[in-house]
Design a protein around this ligand. Structure first.
Ligand SMILES: [Zn+2]
Length: 340
């Protein structure tokens, strides 16, 4: 079971997974939130959008000339898609990282901010070398409206919060990209959790982030999209079994990365192209990037776990999850560095 599926059958009863507009399941954990405020920004609890954005601002202030603020677009409700660029050396190739496109997948901004912090603070020579070898374009929460809604109102919210339909809010922002849109694993029902939107890039988040990605597409060779859950490392495509030109390389590199990931805690990942490794699903961000720009190294992660906690992964697992993911990232980025 993974987030790429339509979860209506699992969640419809208790938490509005169908996307109907109701004020139910106020699942915000007030106690956890107040704890995180007391402790400052860290990785022992999940953070709100404002906490994440404020932390990004502190990095910009703390690392002048290295960390710069970037805007990947904006949301239906007018929020910024806020990110940072990390550049320790001029003339580096780039790595583009996005997480949180599905609102309820809280482990993804948590793990990505942890990795971002490591790139800036680690004394490990391997991590320092990677930090200096690439420019990083990092957007922890590319569906900010959904993320906020998952904190304030419905913990299981997945989609955007656009008001295109009288019955149901939002579209699935990872079915909305203009590459084989609505070909597979997408719904035309606005109340479905995998509703692809009324047209390709109907969502303002997709439009504006696509424009930003286009503006820097010649600057990055690695594109990483973070989701949860299922423990998968996926590469294009999702719309068909068509193999990308470096299919064998992405598969063997993915398997090497998964082996490195398993070293710390024995966490096992399955590696493959979306269509074969899980099921057909089109209109995702990674496939659009690969199909539009022919970016050589593109992966989509489905982080922990395999279903025991699912989207509700306990915060105690953030650091272990991020650490093991970073080990895998090292393998991918070292390989890319040699080959681009
Ligand atoms: Zn997802």
């Amino acid at each position: 079971m993974s987030d790429l599926e339509d979860f209506n059958h699992v969640f419809a009863d208790e938490n509005n997974g169908s996307g109907f507009i109701t004020e139910n399941s106020g699942l915000i954990n007030k106690e956890e939130q107040s704890q995180s405020r007391r402790a400052g920004f860290g990785w022992t609890s999940y953070h709100t959008l404002n906490e994440i954005y404020d932390w990004l601002d502190t990095l910009v202030a703390k690392y002048p000339g290295v960390v710069t603020s970037i805007t990947g677009g904006r949301s239906y409700e007018g929020r910024e898609i806020k990110g940072v660029k990390v550049s320790l050396r001029a003339g580096n190739p780039g790595v583009f990282i996005e997480s949180g496109i599905h609102a309820r997948e809280w482990i993804t901004p948590a793990a990505v901010t942890y990795i971002l912090n490591k790139l800036l603070t680690s004394e490990d020579p391997t991590i320092k070398d990677l930090a200096q070898s690439y420019d990083y374009y990092i957007f922890p929460s590319v569906n900010p409206d959904g993320y906020v809604f998952s904190h304030t109102t419905n913990r299981m919210w997945r989609k955007t919060r656009s008001r295109g339909n009288i019955l149901c809010y939002g579209a699935d922002p990872n079915r909305n990209w203009d590459f084989h849109w609505m070909v597979a694993g997408s719904s035309s029902n606005p109340c479905s959790d995998t509703y692809a939107g009324s047209s390709p890039a109907s969502e303002i988040e997709t439009q504006t982030l696509a424009a930003y990605i286009t503006s820097v597409a010649d600057k990055f060779d690695v594109y990483l999209s973070f989701h949860s859950y299922s423990q998968l490392l996926l590469f294009p495509y999702g719309h068909s079994q068509e193999k990308v030109s470096n299919y064998n390389e992405l598969l063997s590199l993915g398997n090497e990365a998964a082996a490195a990931l398993a070293k710390n805690n024995g966490t096992r990942y399955t590696v493959g192209n979306i269509y074969d490794a899980i099921y057909p699903a089109s209109g995702g961000s990674m496939d659009w990037v690969r199909g539009t720009f022919n970016t050589p190294y593109t992966y989509t992660w489905e982080l922990r776990d395999t279903g025991r906690y699912g989207f509700l992964l306990p915060a105690e697992q953030i650091i272990e999850t991020a650490e093991e993911t970073l080990n895998a990232l090292v393998v991918i980025l070292q390989h890319a560095k040699k080959n681009i």
